[in-house]
Design a protein around this ligand. Structure first.
Ligand SMILES: C[S@@+](CC[C@H](N)C(=O)[O-])C[C@H]1O[C@@H](n2cnc3c(N)ncnc32)[C@H](O)[C@@H]1O
Length: 291
């Protein structure tokens, strides 16, 4: 990890904007609607009250920013920040259509965005795992917090507790080599903050106090059908990365890989809206000293 991260995450930001945004738009029904359990479960207990100023970091399409805007009411304000213009445009459009007057969106790299200590609450659902230097980024997020303010972020727990992402990777690795050192990625990746001990150390280094972990286990939608789930797995996440990096070899073996994935996915639980698998996250809360 670099000691000096002052130039931000330009390389990853570019990858998010060019490679991942179209895939996130295509699979919004999985990545946003399918994962809401992980925020829904804890939303009622968040330390947010009417009139608060709230920052939502790596807010994606802006759905959590809008939920937070309901909590703070018209006396409060929510700012959603993300490094992808397309997500910010989507958030602005959705907020205008739904009549929110207390939420706004700003494009920026959270590693280096300048903040003032004006927020009562800082939130991030599945945003903090992708910074190249999470200590640096979380320290910067803390500069946005008033003394005594709370930060809550949600990150994925271990691979083994997240078969919805890991199972497909294991299937794909039966056919293709793992990505090399120089693979193009979106950052450290979904399991980079799974270790409670390591994240506690990171957050202490970033200056947070009262660091607490809560485990949330929830089923997630992985696709509306087996075909949709295969398409999702080969497009995004750990399996998608192996497939993308293998290039021509992956395309040559696409048929076999899809058949193996179909068998594995077909064995999963089916509900009215599609195929559902287990997942597990940490909800981590901490305070800014002072106050
Ligand atoms: C997995 S998505 C989560 C999005 C949203 N919070 C949700 O739960 O649907 C991670 C988000 O972090 C954003 N992101 C990644 N690196 C960032 C950075 N350096 N600065 C700002 N946003 C970043 C991405 O653009 C993406 O929208």
């Amino acid at each position: 990890m670099p000691d000096d991260a002052s130039t931000g995450d330009a390389e990853f930001v570019d990858f998010w904007n060019t490679v991942l945004v179209p895939k996130f738009i295509k699979f919004k029904h999985v990545l946003v609607d399918g994962l809401t359990h992980h925020s829904e479960a804890i939303f009622p207990n968040l330390k947010v009250k009417e009139g608060d100023r709230v920052l939502d970091v790596g807010c994606g399409f802006g759905d959590t920013a809008m939920k937070l805007a309901q909590r703070v009411g018209l006396e409060g304000r929510v700012l959603g920040v993300d490094c992808c213009d397309a997500f910010m445009d989507y958030g602005r459009r959705a907020a205008a259509e739904e009549g929110y007057e207390n939420v706004s969106f700003e494009n920026g790299d959270v590693m280096v965005m300048p903040f003032e200590p004006e927020y009562d609450f800082v939130f991030s659902r599945f945003g903090t795992m992708f910074f190249s230097n999470p200590v640096w980024a979380m320290r910067n997020m803390r500069t946005a917090m008033k003394p005594g303010a709370t930060m809550t972020h949600i990150v994925w727990r271990d691979r083994d507790d997240n078969p919805w992402l890991n199972m497909a990777k294991e299937v794909v690795l039966r056919f293709l080599p793992p990505p090399g050192e120089d693979a193009l990625t979106c950052g450290p990746g979904p399991f980079s903050m799974a270790s409670q001990e390591m994240v506690t150390g990171m957050m202490k280094s970033a200056g947070y106090h009262n660091i607490k972990f809560e485990r949330v286990d929830a089923p997630v939608l992985v696709g509306r059908s087996v075909e949709d789930a295969i398409d999702f797995q080969l497009s995004i996440g750990p399996a998608g990365e192996v497939f993308r990096e293998a290039g021509d070899e992956a395309e040559e073996k696409r048929h076999e890989i899809e058949a193996a994935l179909a068998e594995a996915i077909d064995g999963q639980k089916k509900e009215a809206d599609g195929i559902v698998m287990d997942s597990s996250s940490w909800v981590i809360s901490a305070t800014n000293p002072g106050g």
